[in-house]
Design a protein around this ligand. Structure first.
Ligand code: ZN
Length: 202
């Protein structure tokens, strides 16, 4: 079931169904501490998307609100063309990814170092606007998910349920892959690549 997460006027991409609402709340609280005390409201939209809204408790009103998305840069997304730091909650591994387009980025993703922790977009107020950035070899770069990858990603989602009670067979499986390919992905869905090439270092 596709989900969307909201806090104040910000919308956060679902990093994947393997993350529970509680995981996401915890991770977002690193950037917005007041979320730790927030109430969680869930509602299902007409298209089946589950909208999860974190509502600040009134007692924490005095706390600083995040700045609104007024970039003054004529982009639709505050993080357009920004260098963004992601840090692992578990092993503290940290990398700077570049957002190569005016599009959304996930606030967390899987840590490539320990492979168990979540890399959370940290210190996002210090994102650096860098439209002319040239990625360094191996640097993480957010791009729009290529059309051609939608199907394998959808099939991978379905496969991840194999061996559980949600495992699908035959037509049901084919239909679900088709459904996810069509419905779950939106234009501009973020996808992380690593810039090709090798470092000069030996
Ligand atoms: Zn890690």
């Amino acid at each position: 079931m596709p989900r969307v997460f909201k806090y104040n006027d910000q919308v956060f991409q679902d990093p994947g169904e393997e993350w529970s609402v509680e995981d996401i709340k915890k991770s977002l609280a690193q950037t917005f501490p007041e979320i730790a005390q927030a109430t969680v409201n869930e509602k299902t939209l007409d298209d089946g998307t589950v909208e999860v809204t974190f509502v600040k408790r009134s007692g924490t009103k005095g706390m600083q609100d995040p700045p609104l998305k007024t970039t003054g840069r004529k982009h639709n997304h505050a993080e357009a063309f920004c260098l963004m730091r992601y840090t692992c909650e578990r092993c503290q591994h940290s990398e700077i990814y570049w957002n190569s387009r005016d599009g959304v980025t996930p606030f967390m993703c899987r840590c490539p170092a320990c492979e168990e922790g979540n890399m959370v977009h940290s210190n996002w107020r210090q994102d650096q606007y860098a439209p002319d950035h040239i990625p360094t070899p191996g640097q993480g770069v957010w791009i729009d998910m290529p059309e051609s990858l939608r199907r394998p990603v959808a099939a991978g989602r379905v496969k991840s349920f194999d061996g559980s009670e949600y495992e699908l067979q035959g037509d049901e499986r084919t239909d679900m892959i088709k459904h996810l390919t069509d419905a779950m992905f939106h234009p501009g869905e973020p996808w992380l690549i690593h810039w090709p090439g090798r470092n000069e270092e030996p």
